[in-house]
Design a protein around this ligand. Structure first.
Ligand SMILES: C[S@@+](CC[C@H](N)C(=O)[O-])C[C@H]1O[C@@H](n2cnc3c(N)ncnc32)[C@H](O)[C@@H]1O
Length: 216
């Protein structure tokens, strides 16, 4: 996976924008996910699999100059692109962490966790969701935006669609992974919204009002 994203990194922003050509409104889904976090100025937000930093401007806007944005990614070359973005913008409160999401050392205070088009490719996604839920303060939210296999589609149609997103590491095997079900296990309340013929979901999980029994 790291090798694939190392190769993709220099052109990732350009190629990911090409999805507009098939009418896939990726920026709308990013915005919907980040709005779903209900961040406030001064909050700390963690993005898992932040890639080249597409979401950083929206996250930075939501937490303001007194908040903290932490972008985590496994691929050094993707983080290098994100670092350029941060330097160009001159943000002092955006940190980039080179880490597997499964091994991330969570900070003591977290007010929001987001992952867009990344969590399904993390094999330990269930443990990642569990740790995110444990790290979040009471009443705080985790949002996952990602692709999924729509219900009832024949396997051959699914294979044709997967071919379009294969350059981003998507394989048909990933259809068996359901991070939104992990969210239902580890969060008190979860809303799952489907988009684009059921190929995309925005899942919003809210942690309970008490931290009792939560284990990192
Ligand atoms: C399709 S890109 C999405 C990037 C970004 N979230 C976006 O919406 O544009 C997937 C990203 O997940 C990262 N990734 C893959 N496995 C990971 C893992 N185990 N931990 C952290 N990041 C991972 C890749 O390096 C890549 O940057």
């Amino acid at each position: 996976m790291v090798e694939l994203y190392r190769r993709r990194a220099p052109r990732y922003d350009l190629t990911s924008h090409l999805y507009w050509l098939i009418g896939y409104p990726v920026d709308r889904y990013r915005r919907e996910g980040i709005d779903g976090l209900r961040l406030r100025p001064g909050d700390t937000v963690v993005e898992l699999g932040c890639g080249t930093g597409h979401n950083l401007p929206l996250l930075r806007e939501a937490v303001g100059s007194e908040g903290r944005v932490i972008g985590v990614d496994l691929t050094d070359a993707m983080l290098a692109q994100a670092r350029h973005r941060v330097e160009r913008a001159g943000w002092c409160n955006v940190e980039l962490v080179h880490s597997d999401a499964a091994a991330f050392a969570w900070p003591p205070r977290v007010d929001g966790v987001v992952s867009t088009y990344a969590l399904t490719i993390v094999p330990e996604f269930d443990a990642v969701v569990r740790r995110a839920a444990a790290a979040l303060g009471p009443g705080k939210r985790m949002v996952v935006v990602d692709l999924k296999a729509p219900k009832g589609w024949p396997r051959w149609v699914l294979r044709a669609v997967v071919a379009l997103v294969r350059p981003f590491g998507v394989t048909i095997g990933l259809a068996e992974r359901h991070p939104w079900e992990s969210m239902r296990r580890h969060f008190v309340s979860v809303e799952v919204r489907e988009h684009y013929l059921g190929t995309t979901y925005v899942a919003i999980g809210e942690s309970g009002s008490s931290a009792t029994g939560r284990q990192p």
